[in-house]
Design a protein around this ligand. Structure first.
Ligand SMILES: [Zn+2]
Ligand SMILES: [Zn+2]
Length: 235
């Protein structure tokens, strides 16, 4: 069976705090070819062929803060995909359904996270291997479309408390925010034996050693592990 190498480029959420190994915003590189989230401009340095953005918040798409599609894009030969169009970035495409990219099949799965921007999780499949990368997340409503077995799930470590931080849009009543780590473990242990947390909130930076320990303590039916900037896993 073919293997897939995933490299977690950044593990810092949308917070001011930093720590060694937890400095950079979101990004995950697959086999040095596909990049998921572009929290830092330097993530383009390895020359990914395709870039898939979970949602247009700046800790997942650094260029949102610049407000225009400028010089940095001209140096990259990558094709960019996001859940929705943005007039300021006309070259960004929308991945409307499953699509093949060489040996990979990438499927967007609608995720609940923000009341302002659309969010996707991405299912990446290659030669019998499967990876789910969620970005920020309250829930995936469409769990029927998830395979019963995923080799690994990479997901949102914004909050350690059960319930995370979920608010309701006053107009639509729709929830937005983040689930907590225990909630996400409960959901994803049904789909995978291995859950990797990234995108840490302030809670993590108060005591990094203890935070790592707390994440590991959720291991049970699934192995639960904390990621760090530069972590490589071959599955
Ligand atoms: Zn985020
Ligand atoms: Zn977000």
């Amino acid at each position: 069976m073919m293997t897939v190498e995933i490299r977690i480029l950044g593990t810092r959420g949308n917070v001011e705090s930093t720590a060694p190994k937890h400095r950079l915003h979101s990004g995950m590189l697959v086999d040095e070819r596909l990049l998921f989230d572009l929290g830092e401009e330097r993530f383009l340095d390895p020359g990914p062929e395709h870039v898939f953005i979970t949602h247009l918040h700046s800790d997942h798409a650094f260029f949102m803060e610049r407000g225009s599609w400028d010089e940095w894009l001209k140096d990259s030969s990558a094709v960019f995909y996001a859940p929705e169009k943005d007039d300021r970035f006309p070259l960004m495409k929308v991945l409307a359904g499953s699509q093949s990219f060489g040996p990979y099949k990438v499927s967007p799965i609608l995720a609940v996270h923000s009341n302002k921007v659309l969010s996707y999780s991405y299912l990446i499949e290659k030669g019998g291997r499967s990876v789910l990368y969620t970005g920020d997340l309250i829930e995936i409503r469409d769990t029927d479309n998830l395979p019963s077995h995923l080799d690994i799930v990479v997901t949102d470590g914004s909050f350690i408390r059960r319930g995370g931080m979920v608010r309701r849009d006053p107009v639509s009543g729709e929830p937005y925010g983040h689930a907590g780590i225990p909630d996400l473990v409960d959901v994803f242990k049904k789909h995978s034996g291995c859950i990797l947390f990234t995108h840490y909130g302030e809670w993590f930076y108060r005591d990094v050693a203890k935070a790592n320990e707390r994440i590991r303590s959720y291991s049970g039916e699934a192995l639960v592990r904390p990621a760090y900037d530069g972590m490589v896993a071959v599955i």
